[in-house]
Design a protein around this ligand. Structure first.
Ligand SMILES: C[S@@+](CC[C@H](N)C(=O)[O-])C[C@H]1O[C@@H](n2cnc3c(N)ncnc32)[C@H](O)[C@@H]1O
Length: 322
C-alpha cells in the first residue's frame, strides 16, 4: 500500500490561505512542493545565437522573449564552452516569467536601477528588454557582489555596480530612474519545488520578517522612481504576505503608484488581488514559481539627473571597464 507523505503543518496552512475553497488546488500545490519536478533551464542569449544551436530547444511560453531559449530538463548549459565565452546567461524559467513585466515598459533607453541584483539575472533581462542608457546594479551583501560583477563582465553587460543599502540609494538617487527593479530577498519557498531544502520557509515568523524587510526595500525603491517611471516588484516565494499584500501596502502608502496590466501575463493574473499582478504556480509545470507586479508612478515632472560624482566615488565596479 502506498501511503501519502504527510503535508507539513505550515505548508498546509499556506495552501489553505491561498486556495481557501479549493482543496484540489491545495493538494496540487503541496504535491508539487513535496515531489519536485525536473525543471527546464533557460538561457538568455547575450549575443547572436551561434549556428548550429548547441542544445535542443523546447517550445516557448507566450511570455518568453525571443532571446531566451527553454531547454530540456537535465541539459547543463553552464558546462558548455559558450557559457564561459559569455554567449548566454543561465536562468530559471520562473525568472523569465517574473521579468516579463519589463517587456511592457514603453520607455526607450531608460535609466534602470536594479536594487537587489546578485547574481544578475533580472539585470540581464532589463538590459535585453530595455537597452538602458544607464544600468545601475546594486547588491547589499558584499560576498554576492563578486559573482554579480563576474556575470556582467562575462556577458559584456555595461553596468555600474553599487553596494549600498536601499536607504542610501533613496538618499542619493531619488527620482533618478525611469525603471527600478526590486527582485526582493524573500523566504525562498520556491526552492522546495527545485528539490532544494529550505527549512522554516513556511514559518509565520520567517514570512513576517521577510515581508517587513521587503516593505523597507520597497519604500526606499519607490523614492528612486522618476515621475512617470516604473517599479517592478518580483519574488520567488508564494506567501501572499510577501507578494500581493506588500503591493497592496505600497499602493496605499504611495498613492501616486498604480499597478499596470501586462497583457502577455493576463492568463496568470493572481486570484489573490484585485489589481494587476501575476503568479506562476509550481503545479503549472512551467517552473518553480514566481510573483511579479509592475507599478507606475503616475505623477508628472522630470525627476532628477544621475549624480555622477557620487557614483564615481561609490561604484565598486564598472564591468564594461570604463
Ligand atoms: C532574489 S535575490 C536577487 C536575484 C537577482 N535579482 C537575480 O535575478 O539574479 C535577492 C537579493 O537581495 C539581496 N539582499 C539581501 N538583503 C537585502 C537588503 N536589505 N536590501 C537589498 N537587497 C538585499 C540578497 O543578497 C540577494 O542577492
Amino acid at each position: 500500500m502506498v501511503t501519502a507523505t504527510p503535508v507539513p503543518r505550515f505548508l498546509a496552512k499556506l495552501a489553505g490561505q491561498i486556495w481557501p475553497d479549493d482543496p484540489q488546488a491545495q493538494s496540487a500545490f503541496t504535491t508539487a512542493l513535496q515531489t519536485p519536478q525536473r525543471l527546464s533551464p533557460g538561457i538568455l542569449w547575450c549575443r547572436e545565437r551561434p549556428e548550429p544551436l548547441p542544445f535542443p530547444v523546447l517550445a516557448p511560453y507566450p511570455w518568453q522573449p525571443a532571446w531566451v531559449d527553454r531547454l530540456p530538463p537535465d541539459t547543463q548549459p553552464g558546462r558548455h564552452a559558450y557559457h564561459a565565452q559569455g554567449y548566454y546567461y543561465c536562468l530559471d524559467i520562473s525568472s523569465v516569467f517574473a521579468g516579463a513585466v519589463l517587456g511592457a515598459i514603453p520607455i526607450p533607453n531608460p535609466v534602470v536601477i536594479d536594487v537587489c541584483a546578485a547574481p544578475g539575472g533580472k539585470a540581464l533581462l532589463a538590459w535585453r528588454y530595455l537597452q538602458p542608457q544607464v544600468l545601475l546594479v546594486n547588491e547589499t551583501i558584499g560576498k554576492r557582489v563578486g559573482m554579480l560583477v563576474s556575470n556582467l563582465r562575462r556577458c559584456r553587460v555595461p553596468g555600474v555596480v553599487l553596494r549600498q543599502d536601499s536607504q542610501v540609494l533613496a538618499q542619493y538617487l531619488a527620482q533618478s530612474a525611469a525603471v527600478v527593479v526590486v527582485d526582493a530577498p524573500c523566504s525562498g519557498q520556491s526552492l522546495l519545488a527545485k528539490g532544494d531544502k529550505n527549512p522554516g520557509c513556511f514559518h509565520p515568523v520567517t514570512i513576517g520578517k521577510n515581508a517587513n524587510r521587503q516593505r523597507r526595500i520597497l519604500a526606499n525603491a519607490a523614492q528612486l522612481v522618476k515621475p512617470g517611471g516604473y517599479l517592478a516588484y518580483l519574488t520567488c516565494t508564494y506567501s501572499p504576505a510577501e507578494n500581493e499584500e506588500n503591493c497592496r501596502w505600497l499602493l496605499g502608502k504611495f498613492p501616486q503608484f498604480q499597478a499596470v496590466a501586462v497583457s502577455d501575463l493576463a492568463a496568470a493574473q493572481s486570484h489573490l488581488a484585485d489589481f494587476p499582478c501575476y503568479r506562476l504556480w509550481p503545479q503549472s509545470g512551467a517552473g518553480a514559481g514566481a510573483f511579479t507586479c509592475l507599478l507606475r508612478d503616475c505623477t508628472e515632472g522630470t525627476g532628477a539627473e544621475i549624480p555622477w560624482a557620487w557614483l564615481a566615488q561609490t561604484a565598486v565596479a564598472r564591468p564594461d571597464g570604463r
